[in-house]
Ligand binder design. Structure first.
Ligand SMILES: [Zn+2]
Ligand SMILES: [Zn+2]
Length: 140
């Protein structure tokens, strides 16, 4: 995916952070600039996701005990307008619900709150990188 012009600038980071960055870049087979761009994009979005209202899309991963499966499913039924797809996975004594959602951050955050209230042990939202580019225009 092309993102236009790039800019070079000097950043000082601790020696061990630089080593970990180089090692991870080698392990993943990508250059350090790509890795840093990905990390900074994700961090910037994460910091503004809850505070800057925007249309967002991404994957919501929900871990919950089997006993609350019906309640969790019930919450998802209330959000069919933003849930694009979802699937359920059993792993030992844990249930994992994976949903792709697309909608306003207000609605996505409300969905997360309702899921926790319904008995979810953990919710993790990972925004699609497309969201970063669309959102970049908000910050000029
Ligand atoms: Zn977002
Ligand atoms: Zn299950």
């Amino acid at each position: 995916m092309r993102r236009g012009k790039k800019r070079r600038f000097g950043v000082s980071i601790p020696e061990d952070t630089a080593c970990r960055l180089r090692e991870l870049a080698e392990t993943l087979g990508v250059d350090r600039s790509t890795l840093v761009t990905e990390a900074v994009d994700a961090y910037l979005h994460e910091k503004s996701h809850a505070s800057q209202p925007h249309v967002c899309e991404g994957v919501l991963v929900v871990f919950h005990p089997p006993r609350v499966t019906a309640s969790i499913a019930g919450v998802f039924e209330d959000y069919t307008d933003i849930v694009v797809a979802r699937s359920h996975i059993h792993s030992g004594s844990t249930c994992i619900e994976i949903a792709y959602v697309k909608g306003s951050t207000e609605t996505i955050l409300r969905l997360e709150k309702d899921l926790r209230r319904a008995g979810a042990e953990a919710c993790k939202y990972v925004a699609s990188p497309h969201t970063y580019y669309d959102q970049a225009s908000l910050f000029g």
